[in-house]
Design a protein around this ligand. Structure first.
Ligand SMILES: [Zn+2]
Length: 203
């Protein structure tokens, strides 16, 4: 059975494990989303013990990536926060029209960090800036391809929604990452994605 590149669809002899064009880990040519068949999805290494084709990424790297992306999120939030602060000052000084205008501008500017939070895993190779730094990536388990923007929105909107649950909401996803055998938080389970070490997919 030949090996196929999941990215560029080039076919290779079965003794070649990585694509020479883009470095992607090759899969068996007629691979399907049958994770129970180790020959199809991970013919090159010992089958991970989590029933999935990939091993759980290092927790330390995972949280470092979250920290980096979190700092970027806060950085992107600063302009909106500054403008909303001035809106408050003008409202306090009874300059209502200026305050309302600044509120609208500040509200629109918050869309930038929110868009970052939603889309961050959907660009090149399923890597947010934090994941790129920590050599992690998000894989779409439906297609065995790097995470798409749509899947990135799905896995990350869950984080935003859980944030609305008072007190415990923000802790649910980190606990899921830490405590589960595959490191898949609720967002990953919703989108059928997984965070993996990039070396498991690209060489
Ligand atoms: Zn390729």
């Amino acid at each position: 059975m030949n090996h196929l590149c999941p990215l560029c669809k080039t076919s290779y002899p079965s003794d070649i494990n990585f694509c020479v064009k883009d470095g992607a880990r090759l899969i068996a040519e007629n691979a399907t989303a049958d994770y129970n068949n180790p020959e199809i999805h991970n013919p090159f290494e010992r089958q991970p013990q989590n029933g999935l084709p990939y091993n759980k990424a290092s927790i330390g790297n995972r949280f470092a990536a979250i920290l980096i992306d979190g700092l970027i999120f806060i950085g992107l939030m600063i302009p909106a926060a500054a403008i909303l602060f001035f809106a408050f000052i003008y409202a306090y000084g009874n300059k209502e029209e200026i305050a309302i205008t600044l509120c609208i501008i500040g509200g629109l500017l918050t869309l930038i960090p929110i868009a970052f939070q939603l889309l961050k895993d959907g660009f090149k190779n399923g890597q947010s800036p934090g994941k790129r730094t920590m050599k992690l990536m998000v894989i779409d388990l439906d297609t065995n391809m790097p995470c798409t923007r749509k899947k990135s929105c799905l896995r990350n909107v869950i984080v935003l929604l859980l944030g609305f649950i008072p007190f415990v909401g923000s802790f649910i996803e980190p606990v899921m990452v830490f405590a589960t055998i595959d490191g898949r938080r609720l967002g990953d389970r919703t989108a059928n994605t997984m965070v993996i070490d990039k070396s498991q997919y690209f060489n």
